[in-house]
Design a protein. Sequence first.
Length: 109
Amino acid sequence: MSEPSLGEFEELVLLFVAAHNQEAYGVLILECLEEKLQKKVNISAVHVALKRMENKGFVESNFGGITNERGGRRKKYYSITSLGKKVLDRQYELRTSIYNQIPKISFGQ
């Protein structure tokens, strides 16, 4: 059986879940993505990625308390799992090893 995969967008979402572990929720992740990517991101895309990663076992979720400011709705908070951290570590090692293969190139700058 092959190891679970992680797409580029999922990787970015998972990085923000890890960075804000146990305090990460959809809108916070959306705002972080838009700030770092400098472009608009659809909140539905964030929620779909979170659901996929929860199904793969990369994140876990729990609900916060009911608040008046949210009209009686609860926030869904996400945290990274040990499998999610392992997958992120593997992605980091892969990307770093490939990046380190780039020869020292001078573009005259």
